[in-house]
Design a protein around this ligand. Structure first.
Ligand SMILES: Cc1cc2nc3c(=O)[nH]c(=O)nc-3n(C[C@H](O)[C@H](O)[C@H](O)COP(=O)(O)OP(=O)(O)OC[C@H]3O[C@@H](n4cnc5c(N)ncnc54)[C@H](O)[C@@H]3O)c2cc1C
Length: 310
């Protein structure tokens, strides 16, 4: 892991920086590249703007490690209301949620009660609920609550991280019950005992897992494979594999983050792949934004240039 990436990830988890970083004007300005705005309406406007290009969306209100039960309930109510609002406007936008935003640090049952309330509204409105994956200490409990939710609601998916050694086994256990999987490389700082330290190994594991996911499609049990990446080389390899396996272009579903690889998103739509863009909003964007910088340290130059320009 590069030094710059380690520093940025350490900053993302530092409480002092989490409080003060968002007040810096140049950081506030730079984050706009990845976020259309802090308000729910900004997210809706951006989702509407993508629709004519044939791109649907995923939404998340930024927040993590919520330590107050009332706040976790308020976040849940917000999601329940948004699910209703997007259904009545006919916007095809799926929610993606972090369990620590729903109160996981306060207790498993509390987080599950909130998650269940969201899933109920998601189900009633015909939506699909995604659960994000956080640091390794949360992986077991996230998978446990996802499996439990799936016994009650049919359209549920979870994120898996290709940098973890354990992911091949986790994937197999999710394909069988038809739980959707959004495969990503992984955004946190993890030790070499648990995660591949070399990026090339992560990329190769991503491809291997993708092959297993495309095979999983054949089980026709509702399993939904999603490739959450901006890596054009990997996407091309996955598409070529899908074609060789006799799958249709629309069997390859790619999710990207707002503001990244726009041209590739349009290219994918043109060749018939399914594309969704994840749009984040909300005031608690600092750790999330630091992880975006860590993914591509060249983004730091963008922030520095913005300071120089004033
Ligand atoms: C829809 C979605 C949901 C995600 N959910 C989770 C989650 O729940 N848990 C989790 O741990 N991680 C999550 N991630 C983040 C993920 O783990 C990676 O950190 C992130 O996607 C960068 O990896 P990459 O696959 O794009 O490949 P990389 O090899 O990092 O990037 C490939 C290329 O994409 C472009 N690129 C990538 N990142 C950036 C960036 N930040 N700014 C500008 N260009 C960039 C660059 O051109 C780069 O060369 C999610 C990512 C996506 C797209």
């Amino acid at each position: 892991m590069s030094l710059m990436r380690s520093v940025l990830l350490a900053i993302s988890e530092n409480r002092w920086m989490r409080e003060r970083g968002p007040r810096l004007w140049f950081v506030r300005r730079a984050v706009r590249k990845f976020m259309p705005g802090e308000a729910f309406e900004d997210m809706l406007r951006a989702a509407d703007g993508l629709r004519p290009s044939g791109i649907d969306t995923v939404f998340t209100r930024l927040g993590e490690n919520v330590a107050d039960a009332r706040e976790a309930s308020a976040v849940t109510r917000h999601y329940v209301d948004v699910l209703q609002a997007i259904a009545s406007k006919g916007i095809r936008c799926e929610p993606s949620i972090k369990l620590t935003q729903l109160g996981l640090d306060l207790g498993k049952e509390q987080a599950y009660a909130n998650l269940r309330a969201m899933a109920e509204r998601s189900h009633e409105t015909g939506n699909y609920l995604w659960i994000d994956m956080e640091q390794t200490s949360y992986v077991d409990v996230t998978l446990e609550l996802t499996r439990r939710l799936k016994t009650e609601f049919p359209r549920v998916g979870v994120c898996l991280q290709a940098y973890l050694y354990r992911t091949a086994a986790d994937l197999e256990s999710l394909i069988n019950p038809g739980i959707g999987v959004r495969l990503v490389k992984g955004a946190y700082k993890e030790p070499p005992e648990l995660a591949y330290p070399k990026k090339t190994d992560v990329d190769e594991n991503f491809f291997k897992l993708s092959v297993a996911m495309l095979e999983g499609l054949g089980r026709k049990n509702g399993f939904r494979p999603v490739f959450g990446t901006h890596d054009t080389g990997l996407i091309t390899r996955i598409q070529a594999h899908a074609e060789r396996a006799g799958l249709a272009a629309q069997d390859v579903e790619v999710h990207m983050l707002y503001g990244i690889q726009r041209a590739e998103q349009e290219r994918l739509v043109k060749v018939g792949a399914v594309v969704r863009v994840l749009i984040a909003y909300g005031a608690y964007w600092f750790p999330w934004y630091m992880r975006r910088l860590a993914e591509r340290p060249a983004n730091v130059w963008f922030v520095l240039r913005s300071i120089v320009r004033g």
